[in-house]
Design a protein around this ligand. Structure first.
Ligand SMILES: [Zn+2]
Length: 272
């Protein structure tokens, strides 16, 4: 059985397929992803644990007096998110019905994320220090929402379980209890992954840009947003957002290459 330890995820995926472990979380849209994903925990388990972690994050921030202190920024972010949320239906029909939540933490941190199930948190530093426009905020939120739609965190947890249990495939296929138990006590960091793969980042960029355009926000803001990110990352201490979102010239080029596909969606949305 020891050799199983080295079985690559793809083969493991095949075994798990029998039990419905491999799937894709979203449908195509205009630019979406169709990569098969290894899933060894349920969406419900992950959403529940994420909701708990989100509530904890909120109560901690509230105790420090930094939760939704900037009402103007809160209203601004909520207005943008509320235009993006219904557009998620292009990728998954269940998503518009999620229990979406949008809150803002006053902090110098340059950070924003959307936890599984639609729990969004934005740190004021990201918006104020980079002087983000509404279009650029929409690109950030669209990107983060796309991670949640693709369930990248669930995929990461599943890969971690697979790696731990690959030594005994029986345990991997029938005993996911350990992974679930660990989830319950996890902090929010576990759900906003600290390290999404470059591939996850590309998927989120693509789908986020489509959401942005469909919501009537200018997807060209993706270019200016990442130019600002590149600029700030050259200033010494890289902000938290950039530790999981490398600001690279290739990223800007990929977004530019997508514009001909998403600009008509933007034009159509503006016409409505
Ligand atoms: Zn990302």
């Amino acid at each position: 059985m020891l050799t199983l330890r080295f079985v690559p995820i793809a083969s493991f995926c095949l075994s798990a397929l029998v039990l419905g472990g491999c799937q894709t979380t979203t449908s195509g849209g205009s630019v979406g992803a169709d990569r098969k994903q290894l899933m060894l925990v349920s969406s419900q388990e992950l959403d529940q644990a994420a909701a708990q972690a989100y509530a904890k994050l909120q109560s901690d921030a509230s105790q420090k007096g930094v939760l939704n202190r900037d009402q103007a920024m809160l209203q601004r972010v909520r207005a943008i998110a509320s235009r993006l949320e219904p557009q998620t239906r292009v990728f998954r029909s269940d998503a518009p019905g999620w229990k979406w939540e949008v809150n803002v933490i006053t902090s110098n941190e340059l950070n924003a994320f959307c936890m599984p199930g639609g729990k969004i948190m934005v740190y004021t530093g990201l918006i104020s220090q980079l002087r983000l426009t509404d279009d650029e905020i929409a690109v950030v939120l669209g990107h983060e929402i796309a991670h949640a739609l693709r369930e990248h965190s669930r995929e990461q947890v599943s890969q971690a379980i697979a790696a731990q249990t690959a030594i005994g495939i029986g345990a991997a296929l029938f005993g996911f209890g350990q992974g679930s138990a660990d989830l319950a006590g996890a902090g929010y960091e576990a759900f906003v992954a600290t390290r999404f793969s470059r591939n996850d980042e590309t998927e989120a960029d693509r789908m986020g840009l489509e959401l942005t355009a469909r919501a009537g926000y200018d997807p060209r803001a993706g270019v200016t947003l990442w130019q600002k990110m590149i600029q700030v990352s050259q200033g010494g201490r890289p902000p938290q957002f950039l530790s999981s979102h490398p600001a690279e010239a290739s990223r800007v080029q990929e977004i530019q290459a997508l514009l001909p596909t998403v600009m008509p969606l933007y034009t159509a949305a503006r016409g409505r």
